[in-house]
Ligand binder design. Structure first.
Ligand code: GUN
Length: 291
C-alpha cells in the first residue's frame, strides 16, 4: 500500500507545536509579527499571501499586510523594506516572489535585514545554509524534511534526485540533503532542463523531489518500485471547473502512486508545509530578537 503523505495533518502538528512558544513570548510581552509585502497582481501570488496571513492569525502571529502597486517605481518597495527593517515590532519580512520585471529581485533579497529574512533567501542566509549553519532554512525544503521525517523516511545513505534548480526549492533542498545532519546524508543529484535522460536519473532514485514547475512531467514509467515521491509543483492548468482551472503537481499522481511507497498529493502535500515552516521561522525570529 502506498502511503499518501498528509501534508495538512503534519502542518497542523507543526502549528500546534508553535502554540507553546508563542504563549511564552506573549507572557514576556512579545507578539511575533510577520510583514508580508506583495507587489504583484498575479492571482496565485495574491492567494499565497492571503493564506499566509490567515495562517498567522490562526496561531497568534500578528500579520502586517503591505500591498504595492505592481506599476509603482522600484523605490517604493525598497523604502517599504527599509521601514520594516527599522520597525522594532516587525520580526519577519516576506516579499512575495516574483516581483515585477522592473524591480531587481536580488537587490530586494539583499535589502531585507538577514535577521528578519524568514524566507532564508538573503545571500548571508544562503551562505549560512550552505555552510551547515543555517539561521532560517528556506520554508519549502525545510517542510519537505519535516514531511519525510513524519513519514518515517530516513534519508541517510539514500539516493535523492531533486528535479529543478530554483533558488527557492531545488538548490536549498539539495544543500539540506547533502548535509551531515538528520534529514541529510543523502547522495544527491540535481536535475534540470538541460539534463540528458532525466528518466534514467529518477529511476535510480530512492527519493524524488519534483520541483521544476512543469505539470505532470514525472510519471510512473520514470520511477522505480518503492520510491518516495515529493511533489512541489502547484501548476494551474485550464480545466472545466468553476474557477476555470485545476491545480496539478509536477508528478502524474495516479501512475506515480503505482510505484511509490510514499507520495505527496497536490494539493495537500508540500504546500501546507511551506506555510507552516514560515510560521516556524517567524516564531524563531521573534525568539532570537526577544533574547
Ligand atoms: N514565491 C513562491 N514561493 C515563495 C516563497 O516561499 N517565498 C516568497 N517570498 N515568495 C515565493
Amino acid at each position: 500500500m502506498t502511503h499518501v503523505i498528509d501534508g495538512n495533518a503534519v502542518a497542523q502538528r507543526i502549528r500546534d507545536g508553535l502554540g507553546e512558544a508563542i504563549e511564552t513570548l506573549a507572557a514576556n510581552g512579545t507578539t511575533p509579527t510577520l510583514a508580508t509585502v506583495l507587489m504583484s497582481d498575479d492571482p496565485a501570488s495574491e492567494t499565497y499571501v492571503s493564506m499566509k496571513q490567515d495562517d498567522c492569525e490562526e496561531v497568534g502571529i500578528e500579520a502586517i499586510d503591505v500591498e504595492i502597486d505592481p506599476d509603482a517605481p522600484a523605490e517604493e518597495l525598497f523604502e517599504t523594506v527599509e521601514e520594516l527593517n527599522a520597525d522594532d515590532d516587525v520580526d519577519g519580512i516576506l516579499v512575495q516572489m516574483p516581483v515585477p520585471d522592473h524591480v531587481d529581485q536580488r537587490a530586494v533579497l539583499r535589502a531585507i535585514d538577514p535577521e528578519k529574512d524568514v524566507d532564508g533567501f538573503h545571500p548571508e542566509n544562503v551562505g549560512r545554509l550552505v555552510a551547515g549553519d543555517a539561521r532560517y532554512k528556506p520554508c519549502t525544503p525545510h517542510g519537505i524534511q519535516k514531511l519525510l521525517e513524519a513519514a518515517d523516511v530516513d534519508t541517510e545513505g539514500k539516493d535523492a534526485v531533486v528535479v529543478g534548480r530554483s533558488d527557492i526549492v531545488g538548490k536549498p533542498m539539495a544543500n539540506l540533503f547533502i548535509q551531515k545532519a538528520p534529514g541529510g546524508n543523502a547522495t544527491t543529484t540535481v536535475c534540470h532542463s538541460r539534463t540528458e535522460d532525466l528518466a534514467a536519473k529518477t529511476r535510480a532514485a530512492d527519493i524524488v523531489v519534483a520541483a521544476a514547475g512543469v505539470p505532470e512531467m514525472i510519471d510512473g514509467s520514470m520511477l522505480s518500485d518503492g520510491v518516495v515521491v515529493i511533489d512541489v509543483g502547484i501548476n494551474r492548468v485550464d480545466a472545466d471547473t468553476e474557477k476555470g482551472y485545476e491545480l496539478v503537481g509536477d508528478v502524474d499522481f495516479e501512475s506515480a502512486k503505482e510505484k511509490a511507497s510514499a507520495i505527496t498529493p497536490v494539493p495537500g502535500g508540500v504546500g501546507p508545509m511551506t506555510r507552516a515552516m514560515l510560521l516556524y521561522n517567524t516564531v524563531k525570529a521573534a525568539g532570537s530578537r526577544a533574547d
